[in-house]
Design a binder for this molecule. Sequence first.
Ligand code: DHE
Length: 544
Amino acid sequence: MKKRLLSGLAAVSILGLSVFTSQASESYKLTPEEMKKASQIYFDRCAGCHGMLRKGATGPNLEPQTLKKKGYTLKVLEDFIYYGTPGGMPDWGKQGVLTKDEIKLLAKYLFNPPPEPPERSLAQIKATWKVYVPVDQRPTSPAHDRDWQNFFGVILRDVGKVAIIDGTRKELVNIVDTGYAVHILRASASGRYFYSIGRDGKVTLIDLWLPKPDKVAEVKACYDARSVDVSKYSGKFGNFKDKLAIVGCYWPPSFVIMDGQTLEPLKIVGTSDYSYDTNEFLRETRVASIVASHEEPEWVVNMKETGKVWLVDYSDIHNLKVAMIDAERFLHDGGWDFSKRYFLVAANMRNKVVVVDTVEKELEAIVDTGTKPHPGRGANVYHDKFGPIWCTGHIGEPSVVCIGVDKRNFPEYAWKVVAKIKLPGEGGGNLFVKTHPKVPYIFADRTLNPDPKLQRSFHVIDKKSLRVVKTIEIPKKYKGRVVHFDFDKYGTELWVSVWGKKTEPTAILVYDAHTLKLKKAITGDWVRTPTGKFNVYNTMRDVY
Ligand code: DHE
């Protein structure tokens, strides 16, 4: 850390680089060391929702002038950070994630102007690129006899690893060192590769055909990221299966296209842009969810702050064609409808779900759902009365909302809310809903609910009646919250993570998806902070 003062600017280190920040007023003044520590805490815990420049998105604006205008004091901020809010802000202090001293530091930091985060060039990205196993040294068919399409990749978030588990034999196959806070995994079109993306922008390529599946390449594509996907199209425009990968960055605001088999970085596309509505320039336009089309050489790339959906044609990355669709601000997570023609994405701070038609390349509809929709990929159900419907849960209220999605055969329900399913208990806190075509239920967690009992339970919604028929509390001996689901390839089992502290192992619970009985608890010293889990087959085919 350099201590340098330059006409009111001080150099601080953020994300490992020296950047300049203007000096704060005396009462909130931090030493360069404190500034560095607070920047890291802010980056780890707050930037995802409030933005690196603190202009707000999933969480409110936290710029010093806004806080002062609202009359906030240090104590008020400390209480928010310690206790969280019913709107979905985690209780960082109560959970024991941040100490009282860290919270005090963070509150002071927020009254200082945000440091300007660094840029990143292709050369800088390339310098981090490593290939551990070159393509010609990888097997041409699976080098083991396992049912690899039924593998699960499970994120061990706070220990920086991904566990590969044989879903058929329920055996740990390997633990792959992926680095800091992996957010999601996506499977390649063929399913042989998993791509993980860390909160620090590091992508890891895992080859499931190696005798012992392990990482074969990695690259740090950005400083801060949440999404990754691959090219899945094969047809008259060429065969792009497993050929390209894309990372959506939070910072710098951009996406990076890479070779799908080596992760060689090929192209950066900046996403800073003008908002769809007021046409104001937003430097921090972050890339939220990305999904690959199965029908066209195209990625659906969602721009959080500007509220635009970009349909990126990757068939010629040096003459990139992008359709920019005006949608709604604060786009976050979403998934395909049953036909994989329409992409439904939450505009979470606007309480809406946006529907994009990827064939006509235009906005199809915007549907009001409830407070802070958070679908994950959403849950697709075929309902006797409404036909195909797609459902989302909410962070801000206890409901799961289903929308009709078949305009041709069920036009009276298309893009309308056909059911608002009340979840038991007060408050929201649902993060994920999931189902499988062969399973009669939709499952919903309550990870962010302040009630410890609800955090440790999940709801079972009957697909026919669209009602909660059961709430399952996990066994007391597993300490942590329930988060995220996936099913085995065959739609017989439901896998659930128990997300605890990194100092104590928890479990991945396997329920019979039909009888709802607990079949097995996958345990071991290595089961630390499991979060997202991704079945190879379901992820490669977008089964949800
Ligand atoms: Fe996520 C999906 C962003 C907090 C676990 N998360 C996503 C996606 C985005 C996102 C943009 C969609 C990716 C895609 O489909 O391409 N998540 C963010 C945030 O900005 C936020 C709110 C705060 C942050 O700082 O990260 C956030 N997410 C969380 C968590 O706290 C979770 C529970 C644990 C963690 O890793 O931090 C979490 N997010 C997940 C998971 C998915 C996800 C498991 C994939 C769901 C799926 O089934 O596809």
